[in-house]
Write a protein that binds this ligand. Structure first.
Ligand code: TMP
Length: 227
């Protein structure tokens, strides 16, 4: 997806790969679009994309998340595909997304911004019920070919705020219950902390700030690392 602009977008020598992350309802999609618009107005070439991507695997994943595509069990009921299968599909979609959208954007000199990336897999596919164990290691391994972003923006949002925003949407995906969101929020904190400890650049922002302020803070940071 290319950002529409009336300005002449200037390609860069080393454009950064930016990721926007956060719980469902934290505003990742809104901020991805707004940041791209503002950067474009400022004359930067910018491409935005998302995960699940709009490629063939991403489209299948979205159908699975909304249960339009599901497994029929012995009693004729529907259940989602298991977590491992979904994790592999997300990892495959990610490599396709990188090859098909992110790498060509960066090669053309455009800043590439992705709404979600491997952090979401570590959080959502690493999420488990109480009696299960988290296998972050395996989720990381199947994603090890995915390049490390130059900046990850983490929109930290209280569960209540996310739920409030989600109730205005038409479809509820399989992750959107209060209890689940609360668990995912804890996982996000853990995942971002260990990636930070590894030295991955993460900008944490309070998602309850105004949309304008969030956009301004992100644009400022992206411009500071762009060359
Ligand atoms: P979206 O609502 O931001 O379009 O994302 C769709 C859902 O996909 C969201 O609930 C998070 C989930 N997801 C994963 O479970 N694993 C992943 O790797 C990604 C990228 C998204």
């Amino acid at each position: 997806m290319t950002t529409p602009s009336n300005n002449v977008d200037v390609p860069m020598k080393n454009p950064p790969f930016i990721v926007v992350e956060g719980l469902d309802g934290a505003g990742t999609t809104t901020q991805t679009r707004r940041v791209a618009e503002v950067l474009s107005q400022k004359g930067h070439a910018v491409d935005i994309s998302c995960e699940p991507s709009d490629g063939p695997i991403g489209v299948l994943i979205r159908k699975m998340l909304s249960m339009e595509v599901a497994i029929t069990d012995e009693s004729g009921g529907l259940r989602p595909v298991n977590r491992e299968t979904l994790a592999l599909l997300f990892a495959a979609d990610r490599l396709h997304h990188l090859e098909d959208q992110v790498e060509p954007s960066l090669a053309s000199g455009a800043i590439a911004i992705s709404d979600r990336y491997y952090h979401s897999s570590l959080v959502y596919q690493g999420d488990v019920d109480e009696d299960d164990t988290v296998d972050y290691g395996w989720v990381r391994r199947i994603n090890e070919r995915a390049r490390i972003p130059d900046l990850t923006v983490f929109l930290e949002a209280p569960v209540e705020l996310c739920l409030e925003r989600l109730t205005t949407r038409d479809t509820r995906e399989i992750y959107e219950s209060q209890e689940k969101l609360a668990r995912l929020e804890t996982r996000y904190q853990e995942v971002m902390s260990f990636l930070e400890e590894e030295g991955q650049p993460i900008l944490r922002l309070d998602a309850s700030l105004s949309m304008e302020e969030l956009t301004e803070r992100i644009v400022e940071e992206v411009r500071s690392i762009s060359s």
